[in-house]
Design a protein around this ligand. Structure first.
Ligand code: SAJ
Length: 406
């Protein structure tokens, strides 16, 4: 039996994938509201294909509980935020979950952490807990790290197709987990040790963050020279060994904007490139605000009440607003005691900010300057409606003469 702990963005799809691949699965969450909602037949977030997978898993007998159960394998997928002061991973929820698992786990159980951790976190924070509770690590219970790598917006496809890392210091247990995961994972599954797995996950997200920071820096250099950064990147990327990502209004979400900080926190005197990259990405919303002011000056606009931000989520076609660049921009505006800007997002139906619109047409009517903060498909399909508006296009999606670039 598999007990998946934490039924959020990662735990839920993982529990469902195991269940539909024929495993006996119980999904547990310490929040009874989450469990009640899942029992009533509703997932808590939108993701293409999730409802179908959910229905199929229910048919296969997946169960949800607010308790942890006796199982052969535990999969831990709880949040791992970072401590804003130290930049170190905050593994409190992982440790708490494992402590609760130890109260019910049988001899020989395998505990797999899927939550992102910093390199060495299992050795430093989890092994001591096992010893303290009277368990010999990798004898009485086994520890493994199988970091999730699926991208919001295409989670279910990536859950099946992506290559996976299994980190375990006991190779036979690593191989056993490889067989287990291969029930639904069609990608290559690499077995390595725990700390290498921890490092790989953080490094992958850091690589992406640094690449985006480089693109953001290029955007600023090109702005200075009044050049088209997208054209520069497009041409450079035609070189077989160059692959620069795209500049944008900021880096949000709970992964790329967080995980690199673990390296800064743990290796402050070494991770210099990473620290500079994070500074560049963190200052992107400020750069957008500067650009808004500049465009308003050029266009003779005086009233910020007619400026609207399109998109509140951290990226396109998802409903997740964690670390959203738009929210950061609005917060900057608030801290400067400047008039709030208008905002709208088709995926955010609840009221989240001041002056939030809930209808695209009303939003467009109310604003002279529209800033495309998120390239949701909705706005790409509605390009005609932007004709005649002044636009700041932070994603190079509109090909209109009245559009300004970053
Ligand atoms: N962004 C840019 N320019 C780009 C690409 C992205 O500015 O060229 C911005 C996005 O707009 C967004 C942020 O970066 O604000 C992050 O988005 P993302 O699509 O790059 O990544 P996430 O955070 O949704 O998912 C990442 C993925 N990691 C990698 O691609 C290495 C995913 O595979 C991981 O599973 C996920 O982090 C995670 O959970 O760690």
């Amino acid at each position: 039996m598999i007990n998946v702990i934490g039924l959020g963005y990662i735990g839920l799809p993982t529990a469902l994938a195991f269940a539909t691949s024929g495993q006996d699965v119980v999904g547990s969450d310490c929040n009874p509201e989450v469990v009640a909602q899942l029992r009533s037949g509703k997932a808590r977030f939108n993701e293409p294909g999730l409802n179908e997978l959910y229905a199929a898993a229910l048919e296969q007998g997946v169960r949800f509980s607010d308790h942890y159960e006796r199982a052969d394998v535990y999969i831990v997928a709880v949040p791992t935020p970072y401590d804003k002061f130290t930049n170190k991973v905050d593994a409190t929820q992982v440790v708490k979950a494992i402590d609760a698992i130890l109260a019910v786990a049988p001899q020989g159980a395998i505990i797999v952490v899927e939550s992102t951790l910093s390199p060495g976190a299992i050795r430093k924070s989890v092994r001591p807990l096992l010893l303290q509770r009277g368990f010999k690590p990798d004898e009485d219970v086994y520890l493994a790290h199988a970091p999730e790598r699926i991208i919001p917006g295409a989670m279910l496809r990536e859950l099946r197709k992506n290559n996976r890392i299994i980190g375990c210091d006991v190779p036979e247990i690593g191989e056993k987990l490889k067989t287990l995961y291969s029930a639904f994972c069609e990608g290559e599954i690499v077995v390595t040790d725990v700390q290498t797995a921890e490092m790989c996950k953080v490094v992958e997200n850091t690589f992406r963050a640094v690449n985006i920071a480089f693109a953001n820096e290029l955007a600023r250099i090109c702005r200075y020279e009044d050049m088209n950064v997208y054209e520069v990147i497009r041409i450079c990327n035609m070189h077989p060994r160059v692959n620069i990502l795209q500049p944008g209004p900021g880096v949000g979400g709970h992964c790329i904007s967080v995980d690199p900080r673990f390296l800064i926190g743990d290796y402050p005197s070494i991770a210099k490139v990473v620290a500079a990259a994070m500074e560049t990405n963190d200052s992107a919303p400020d750069f957008v605000l500067e650009r808004i002011r500049e465009i308003m000056r050029v266009e003779g606009l005086v009233d910020t009440s007619r400026v609207g931000l399109y998109g509140l989520t951290y990226k396109e076609n998802v409903d997740d607003v964690r670390e959203s660049p738009t929210l950061q921009l609005l917060e900057l505006q608030r801290r400067r005691l400047a008039q709030p800007l208008n905002a709208y997002d088709p995926y955010v139906t609840r009221d989240l900010v001041e002056r939030q619109f809930h209808d695209l047409d009303a939003f467009l009517d109310a604003n002279d300057l529209v800033v495309i903060m998120v390239k949701h498909q909705e706005i790409i399909d509605a390009m005609d409606k932007l004709k005649g508006k002044i636009i700041l296009d932070c994603h190079n999606v509109c090909n209109l003469p009245n559009a300004y670039r970053l």
